[in-house]
Design a protein. Structure first.
Length: 412
C-alpha cells in the first residue's frame, strides 16, 4: 500500500506544477478533465484504503468518516465513480479497484432493498458491464431489475418508493432515476414488460408530480387500491410548495434519460420545460441553493415560509447554503439534454450552464485538495436540511455525477 500512495503523491506533485503553469490562461476542458481525474485517482485510493469489509463511503464530517452498509441507497456510487475515472484514464489499477468495489455488492439482491436498487446496481454493475462487456455481471443486473419491477402497482401506475408505514403508497421524484435500470435490463434481456413499467411510471409522475411552472413536488402519496392521490408534499425541501433543488435535478435528469432511452418526444418536451424553469433560477456560478425558495434566496417566498421558522435554515446576514450534489446532477443532465434537444438556443444554454457548473465544482471552492475530506472530491453538499442531516459535507453521489458530467461533456 505504501508503494501505491507513493505513486499517487508523486503524481499529485506533478499535478500541482501543471496547475501553476496553467494559471496564466483559462484551463481548457481537456486540462480540467486530466486534473480532476488524476485527483480522483488519488482521493479514491485513500477512500479504498479506509474501507473495511461491509463498509461503503457515505460522507465525511469534522475529520470523521461516515460509512454505510451495502444496503444504503448510495452504495453503488463509489464503484460507479471509479468506473468513470477508468473510462477517462484507461488506468488498469483504477479498473481493478472498480471491479473489486463493484463485486462487494454481489449479494445486494439477496438483501432487503427498496426502489433505490436502481441507483445501487446501475451505477456499479451497469457501468461495469458497459465498459467491460463482462457477461458474468449480468445476473445481478437481471435480478435487480426483476426485484425493482415487483414494486410496481399497476393500479397506481408507479413503483413504490419508501416502505414507511405512515404513507399509503409514496412515490418520490428520485424514483425517476431508478427507471434507467429497467430500461437497460429491458434491452439486455429482451423483456418488454420492464420498459413498459418504466414508461408508465414516468407518465404518471409527469402527470402528478409537476406544478404548472414545471417545478416538482418531492413526494406524491397514492391510495394503492384506487390510484387516487392522498396528498403531495416536499419532504426534504423547505416547504411543500417550494422547489427543492435536488428534487428538481432528479426530474431534469430522469426525463432527459427517458427520452434518450425511448425516443419518445413527450419525455424530451418534459425535460426541456424543466430546464427552462431551472436555468433562470440558477446562481451565476451554476451551483443551486439547497432549495430555490428557501429564506435568503432570490426567489424566497413568504407563502412558503409560513410555519417554517427560518432560524433552522438561515439568519439575516448568513450565506444561504448551496447544494453541490444538486449542482453535479444538474450539470450531468444539462450536458445530456444539450445534445438531445432540437432547440438550438436551449441547447446552447444547457451546455453553457453545464460547463459553468463543472468549472465551479472543479475550483478550490468545491474541489477537495489531496488527502482532504477523507478522499471525497466535492465539498459543500446537502443531504437532508429538514432532517438536519449531512449539511455542508461531501456526499458520494455528488462525486459520481460530477465525474459523469465531465465524461459526458468530453463525449460531445
Amino acid at each position: 500500500m505504501d508503494n501505491i500512495f507513493s505513486r499517487f503523491f508523486i503524481a499529485a506533485s506533478a499535478l500541482s506544477l501543471t496547475i501553476l503553469v496553467s494559471c496564466s490562461h483559462e484551463e481548457t476542458m481537456a486540462e480540467l478533465t486530466g486534473r480532476v481525474m488524476e485527483r480522483a485517482s488519488i482521493q479514491f485510493a485513500i477512500l479504498d484504503h479506509h474501507l473495511q469489509d461491509g463498509e461503503f463511503p457515505r460522507s465525511y464530517d469534522d475529520g470523521r468518516y461516515i460509512d454505510s452498509p451495502e444496503g444504503w441507497w448510495c452504495s453503488g456510487f463509489f464503484p460507479g465513480s471509479l468506473w468513470y475515472v477508468y473510462e477517462a484514464t484507461s488506468d488498469e489499477s483504477v479498473k481493478e479497484m472498480a471491479l473489486r468495489q463493484t463485486h462487494r455488492l454481489d449479494n445486494l439482491v439477496e438483501l432487503y432493498t427498496d426502489h433505490d436498487i436502481g441507483f445501487q446496481v446501475n451505477s456499479s454493475f451497469g457501468n461495469a458491464y458497459r465498459l467491460t462487456g463482462d457477461e458474468s455481471l449480468l445476473p445481478v443486473i437481471e435480478a435487480a431489475s426483476a426485484k425493482l419491477a415487483k414494486r410496481f402497482n399497476p393500479t397506481v401506475g408507479c413503483i413504490r418508493s419508501w416502505d414507511h408505514n405512515w404513507y399509503n403508497y409514496p412515490v418520490i421524484i428520485d424514483n425517476m432515476m431508478n427507471l434507467e435500470l429497467l430500461l437497460n435490463a429491458s434491452d439486455l434481456f429482451a423483456c418488454d414488460s420492464l420498459a413498459q413499467i418504466a414508461r408508465t411510471h414516468a407518465d404518471v409522475t409527469m402527470k402528478n408530480h409537476f406544478r404548472g411552472d414545471f417545478s416538482s413536488y418531492h413526494l406524491v402519496d397514492y391510495l394503492p387500491l384506487t390510484g387516487e392521490i392522498d396528498h403531495k408534499q416536499t419532504v426534504q425541501g423547505f416547504a411543500h410548495e417550494s422547489a427543492w433543488s435536488r428534487g428538481q435535478s432528479w426530474g431534469l435528469y430522469g426525463y432527459t434519460m427517458m427520452y434518450e432511452k425511448t425516443g419518445d418526444e413527450k419525455y424530451l418536451s418534459q425535460a426541456e420545460n424543466i430546464a427552462r424553469f431551472l436555468l433562470p433560477m440558477m446562481p451565476e456560478d451554476g451551483i443551486p441553493y439547497w432549495d430555490f425558495n428557501a429564506p435568503g434566496t432570490p426567489d424566497a417566498s413568504e407563502d412558503n415560509a409560513a410555519g417554517h421558522p427560518s432560524k433552522y435554515f438561515w439568519r439575516e446576514g448568513e450565506k444561504i447554503q448551496r447544494d453541490a450534489s444538486a449542482g453535479a446532477i444538474m450539470a450531468s443532465a444539462f450536458v445530456a439534454l444539450s445534445a438531445l434537444t432540437k432547440d438550438s438556443k436551449l441547447s446552447s444554454e444547457c451546455r453553457a450552464m453545464s460547463e459553468k457548473a463543472i468549472r465551479t465544482l472543479a475550483s478550490p471552492m468545491y474541489f477537495a485538495e489531496v488527502d482532504e475530506q477523507g478522499g471525497f472530491l466535492i465539498k459543500h453538499c446537502v443531504g437532508n436540511m429538514q432532517g438536519l442531516s449531512e449539511i455542508d459535507v461531501p456526499l458520494t453521489y455528488a462525486d459520481y455525477y460530477f465525474l459523469e458530467a465531465i465524461v459526458r461533456f468530453n463525449r460531445m
